[in-house]
Design a protein around this ligand. Structure first.
Ligand SMILES: Nc1ncnc2c1ncn2[C@@H]1O[C@H](COP(=O)(O)OP(=O)(O)OP(=O)(O)O)[C@@H](O)[C@H]1O
Ligand SMILES: [Mg+2]
Length: 627
C-alpha cells in the first residue's frame, strides 16, 4: 500500500482532471442503474398493461440513457487517461533525471537491460493502474453499492438470497489477490531478464558472431523466453480460473432468483417486471465483481512494478554535491592526491589504491605507468570525483573535490576515457558534446588538434556525418581522436588521457602526441600511455604496482635506477624508439601527400609545421609545439 501511495502521489498535481473523471464516473454509474428500472416499467406497465405509447417512451428512454452514459464514459476515460499520461510522463522524467545523477558505482553494478526494462515496461504497468484502476475502483464501488441498495429496497428477501454467494466471491478475491501478486512480480523480473539478454546480445553481437555462438545465444534467449511464458501462464491460469468462477457464482445467484422469485411471481406476490429487473441488476452486480478481479491484478502488477521503479528512485547517488558545496569558478589546475586509499564500493575490503600521493602543479604533465590492473585508471577517476576516496583526499587548487559542486569541478576537466564512447549522432555534435554552443571554428580547431580533421573532411558529409551506435563506422583510432577532440574542445585546465592513443598506429600516434604536446602545455595533464614519447616528456612519471607508487621521477632518473620502470622501458618503450622515428618520417610524407590531395581541407597550421628530427630531438623541439 505504501508503494501505491507513493506512486499515486505523482497524480496529485492533476487533481482537477481527476475530479472531472470521478464526477463522470459517478454520473455514468448512476445512469446504468436506471436501465433495469426502465425494463421493469416496460414489462409491467407497457407490455403487460397494453400501453404501446409508454413502450415507445421507455425505448427512447433507454436510448437517451445510453447517449448520456456514453458522454460520461468518454469524459471519464479521457480525463482519467489525461491524469494517467501526465503522471507517468512525470514519473518517467523523474526516473531519467535520477538515473543521470546516479554515480559510477551504481552503473558498475547495474545491468543495462534491467534498467531499461524498469524505465519502460514497469513504468507502463504503473500507468495501467492510473488509466484503468483508479476510476474503475470508484465506479464499481458505486455501482455495486447502488445495486445492493436498490435490490434491498425492491425485495429484501430476494436480495439477500441473490447475494448468498457474495461471501464466496469475497473469499475468491482474497485468494486471487494473494496469489497473483507474486506471480506478477516474477513476470516483471523475467521480462527484465529477457530485455537484458536481448540488450546484451545486441550490444555484443560482434563477439557472438566472431565466436560463432549464435546457437548458444538463441538458446539462452529461448530459455529466458520460456521462463517468461511459464510465469505468464501461471498468472493467466489464476485469472482464467477467477472469471468462470465468478460467472458460476452469478449463475447460482440467478438460479436462486429464478427458483424463489419465480415462485413469488406465480403466487402473485411479485410482478414479472420486478423479477426481470432483479435479474438484470444481478447481471450488473457481476460486472463489478469481475472488475475487482481485474483491479486486484492491476494493483498487484502496479505494486510489483512500482517497487522496481521506486527502488531506482530510492537509490541515493553515492557522489553528490555537499549541501554547502562551492562553485569552482576559475582554477589554476593544481591537482593533488594526498595519501589516497581507495576500494571500490562492491569490494570494500580490497584496497585498489594504497596511499597514493601525487602532486601535479599547474601546467605539469604526470604520466602514470604500470602493469594492467595496477590502478592507473582508478587514480585518474578520482580527480573528476567519479568515486570518492576511501581515505586521504584529492584537491584541486587546494580545495577538496568533495567540497565543490560536481558540475563546476568537471567543467574544468577534459577527459578521454579508456573506453571510447560516441553517441549515434553527427561527428560535430559528438565533438561539441561538452560544449554544445561551441562555434564551428572551435570544433574544427579541436578536430585539427586531435589530428582527425582531415579524416572528417574526407567523409562525404564531413562534420555532419552521423556515426553509428557507440561510434560504429569509425575505426578505433578515429573514434579515439574524436574523443580527444571532444575533451580538447572543453579547453580544460586539467586534461586526463587514459590510454588515449592505445588503439592508433604509431604513425597517427605520433601525430596525436605531437598535437597533444602542444595542447598539454599550460594544462595539468594526467596521461596514461605506454608510449615512450609521452613518458619522456612528462614532468613526473609515477610508476604504480598493485595500487602502490613504487617509483617516481623523470625519465632519465628512473632509467638510471633498477626497478619496474627500467623493465618496462627495456621491454616496451625502447623498441618503440626505432619505430617512432620511422613513423615520424612516414607521417610527414603522408601529411605531404594529404596536402597535395586536399589543399583546402588540410591547409593551415598543420601544413606549415616544421619537420622534426628523431624521437630524441622532438622532446627538445619547442617549435614543434604548435597547434
Ligand atoms: N568498477 C570497478 N569495480 C570494482 N573493481 C574495479 C573496478 N574497476 C577496476 N577495478 C579493479 O581495480 C584494479 C585497478 O583497475 P584499473 O582499471 O585502475 O587498472 P589499470 O591500471 O587502469 O589497468 P589497465 O592498464 O588494464 O587499464 C583492478 O584490480 C580491477 O579489477
Ligand atoms: Mg585502465
Amino acid at each position: 500500500m505504501r508503494t501505491i501511495a507513493r506512486i499515486l502521489r505523482f497524480a496529485v498535481p492533476y487533481w482537477p482532471w481527476f475530479l472531472v473523471a470521478q464526477v463522470s464516473v459517478f454520473l455514468s454509474a448512476g445512469l446504468i442503474l436506471v436501465v433495469p428500472r426502465l425494463l421493469r416499467d416496460a414489462i409491467d406497465r407497457a407490455i403487460l398493461g397494453g400501453n404501446p405509447r409508454l413502450l415507445l417512451a421507455v425505448a427512447l428512454g433507454v436510448i437517451g440513457v445510453a447517449v448520456l452514459r456514453g458522454l460520461f464514459l468518454f469524459t471519464q476515460r479521457y480525463a482519467m487517461e489525461w491524469v494517467a499520461q501526465k503522471s507517468i510522463y512525470d514519473l518517467r522524467n523523474a526516473l531519467y533525471r535520477h538515473l543521470q545523477h546516479l554515480s559510477f558505482s551504481f552503473y558498475d553494478q547495474a545491468r543495462t537491460g534491467q534498467l531499461m526494462s524498469r524505465a519502460m515496461q514497469d513504468v507502463e504497468t504503473v500507468r495501467r493502474l492510473f488509466s484503468f484502476g483508479v476510476h474503475n475502483l470508484l465506479r464499481n464501488f458505486l455501482q455495486y453499492a447502488g445495486i445492493v441498495v436498490i435490490l434491498l429496497l425492491t425485495h429484501w428477501k430476494l436480495a439477500l438470497l441473490s447475494m448468498a454467494t457474495v461471501p464466496l466471491a469475497v473469499h475468491a478475491i482474497g485468494i486471487f489477490g494473494r496469489r497473483i501478486r507474486p506471480a506478477f512480480t516474477e513476470i516483471q523480473q523475467e521480462l527484465a531478464e529477457l530485455t537484458n539478454v536481448l540488450q546484451e546480445n545486441i550490444t555484443g553481437v560482434r563477439v557472438v558472431k566472431a565466436f560463432a555462438r549464435e546457437d548458444h545465444e538463441i538458446e539462452k534467449f529461448r530459455a529466458t523466453n520460456w521462463t517468461l511464458l511459464e510465469k505468464n501462464l501461471v498468472a493467466q491460469r489464476l485469472m482464467a480460473f477467477y472469471h468462470p468462477y465468478m460467472d458460476f457464482l452469478a449463475a447460482v445467484g440467478t438460479a436462486l432468483i429464478l427458483w424463489y422469485g419465480g415462485r413469488e411471481v406465480i403466487l402473485g406476490r411479485m410482478s414479472l417486471g420486478t423479477l426481470v429487473a432483479f435479474n438484470a441488476y444481478l447481471m450488473l452486480l457481476l460486472e463489478p465483481m469481475r472488475w475487482i478481479g481485474m483491479l486486484v491484478s492491476l494493483v498487484s502488477r502496479a505494486i510489483a512494478s512500482g517497487q522496481r521503479v521506486l527502488e531506482i528512485l530510492d537509490t541515493r547517488p553515492e557522489i553528490e554535491d555537499a549541501p554547502d558545496a562551492i562553485e569552482l569558478k576559475s582554477v589554476q589546475g593544481h591537482v593533488r592526491l594526498e595519501d589516497v586509499w581507495f576500494s571500490y564500493p562492491d569490494e570494500p575490503d580490497v584496497p585498489v589504491l594504497k596511499g597514493i600521493t601525487i602532486d601535479a602543479p599547474p601546467g605539469r604533465t604526470i604520466a602514470l605507468l604500470g602493469a594492467t590492473g595496477s590502478g592507473k585508471s582508478t587514480v585518474i577517476h578520482l580527480v573528476p570525483r567519479f568515486y570518492d576516496v576511501t581515505r586521504g583526499r584529492v584537491t584541486v587548487d587546494g580545495i577538496d573535490v568533495r567540497r565543490v559542486k560536481l558540475e563546476s569541478l568537471r567543467s574544468h576537466i577534459g577527459i578521454v576515457l579508456q573506453e571510447t564512447f560516441l553517441f549515434s549522432t553527427t561527428i560535430r555534435e559528438n565533438i561539441a558534446y561538452g560544449r554544445p554552443r561551441a562555434t564551428d571554428e572551435e570544433i574544427v580547431a579541436a578536430a585539427r588538434a586531435a589530428r582527425i580533421h582531415d579524416f572528417i573532411m574526407s567523409l562525404p558529409q564531413g562534420y555532419d556525418t552521423v556515426v553509428g551506435e557507440r561510434g560504429v563506422g569509425l575505426s578505433g583510432g578515429q573514434k579515439q581522436r574524436v574523443a580527444i577532440a571532444r575533451a580538447l574542445l572543453m579547453d580544460p585546465r586539467v586534461l586526463i588521457l587514459d590510454d588515449s592513443t592505445s588503439s592508433v598506429d604509431t604513425e597517427t600516434e605520433y601525430l596525436i602526441q605531437e598535437a597533444l604536446r602542444a595542447l598539454m602545455k599550460g594544462r595539468t595533464t594526467f596521461v596514461i600511455a605506454q608510449r615512450l614519447s609521452t613518458v619522456k616528456n612528462a614532468d613526473e612519471i609515477v610508476v604504480l604496482d598493485q595500487g602502490e607508487v613504487v617509483q617516481r621521477g623523470r625519465h632519465e632518473d628512473l632509467l638510471a635506477q633498477p626497478g619496474i620502470y627500467r623493465e618496462i622501458f627495456e621491454l616496451q618503450l625502447k623498441p618503440q624508439e626505432v619505430s617512432e622515428a620511422e613513423a615520424e618520417a612516414r607521417a610527414e610524407s603522408e601529411a605531404a601527400r594529404e596536402r597535395g590531395r586536399q589543399p583546402v581541407a588540410t591547409g593551415g597550421r598543420q601544413a606549415v609545421r616544421p619537420v622534426a628530427g628523431g624521437a630524441a630531438d622532438r622532446s627538445e623541439a619547442p617549435e614543434g609545439r604548435d597547434g
